[in-house]
Ligand binder design. Structure first.
Ligand code: SF4
Ligand code: SF4
Length: 208
C-alpha cells in the first residue's frame, strides 16, 4: 500500500522497468507493478533463503548478493532474481555413525570435496548473511564441528555459497552436518579426532 506523498522510485527488476513506492522490497515492487511472482519467493521474513537476488545500485560497478524480501528498492537499482538448478544433496544417516570417534572420517566420505577448498573466498563474498563460510568449511574439515556449526547458525540455505564455489563444495550443507553431529554426539576434542583420522589414512609421519 502506497503511503500518501510517498516517493515513487524507478527500478529495473528482471528486465522490467517499474515505478514503485520506496518503502517496498524488491518482491513487493514486482507485485505492485502487477507481476505475480511466485518462484523464488518463500517466507518473506529473511529466513528461508528462497528469494535470492543480484543487485547493482546506481553509479556502482559492484554486484551484491542479497535477499529480495529484505532489500528495499532504491532509485536506479537493477535487480535480477536467481533460480538455481537443483542443489546438491548429501545423503547420510547419523544413526549409522557408531560414535563421535567416527564423525570426521564419515564427514570426508560424505563431503570428499571439502578437502579441496581453494580458499578463494568466493563463498564469503556471496553470503548475504555475512557468514565466515570458508572458515566454516575449514573447521569442519579439521573435525571441529562444534565451532563450524556455530558459524552457520544464521544460514538461510540460500545456496549462494554453493553456487559460488569452484570446487562444488556445498558449504551450507557442511554447516548443517556440523550442527547436526554436534547436537547428536557429545563430540570429543576435534584436534584429537583429526590426529587419529590422519593416522588412519597413513598420512602421519611417526618417527621411530
Ligand atoms: S552460508 Fe551459504 S546458504 Fe547459508 S546464508 Fe550464506 S550463502 Fe546462503
Ligand atoms: S568458494 Fe569453495 S573453494 Fe572458495 S573458499 Fe569457499 S568453499 Fe573454498
Amino acid at each position: 500500500m502506497q503511503k500518501q506523498d510517498e516517493l515513487l522510485v524507478n527500478v529495473t527488476i528482471n528486465g522490467k522497468e517499474i515505478a514503485a513506492p520506496s518503502s517496498l522490497s524488491t518482491i513487493q515492487a514486482l507485485w505492485h507493478a502487477g507481476y505475480p511472482r511466485v518462484k523464488s519467493v518463500g517466507c518473506l521474513e529473511g529466513v528461508c533463503g528462497s528469494c535470492r537476488i543480484m543487485v547493482r545500485r546506481k553509479e556502482s560497478n559492484q554486484v551484491s548478493m542479497e535477499l529480495g524480501c529484505q532489500t528495499l528498492i532504491e532509485e536506479g537499482m537493477q535487480v535480477n532474481f536467481l533460480v538455481f538448478p537443483t542443489p546438491t544433496h548429501h545423503t547420510y544417516d547419523l544413526n549409522t555413525i557408531k560414535s563421535s570417534w567416527e564423525v570426521q572420517g564419515r564427514f570426508h566420505k560424505i563431503f570428499p570435496e571439502a578437502e579441496h577448498c581453494r580458499h578463494c573466498g568466493g563463498c564469503n563474498r556471496s553470503c548475504p548473511k555475512g557468514i565466515e563460510v570458508e572458515r566454516g568449511v575449514e573447521l569442519a574439515s579439521k573435525g571441529r564441528f562444534r565451532e563450524a556449526g556455530e558459524l552457520f547458525i544464521e544460514c538461510v540455505m540460500c545456496n549462494f555459497c554453493m553456487t559460488a564455489c569452484p570446487e562444488t563444495i556445498a558449504p551450507n550443507h557442511v554447516g548443517l552436518f556440523s550442527r547436526r553431529v554436534t547436537a547428536y554426539f557429545h563430540t570429543r576434542p576435534g584436534n584429537l579426532i583429526s590426529r587419529l583420522e590422519t593416522l588412519r589414512k597413513g598420512d602421519l609421519d611417526v618417527k621411530k
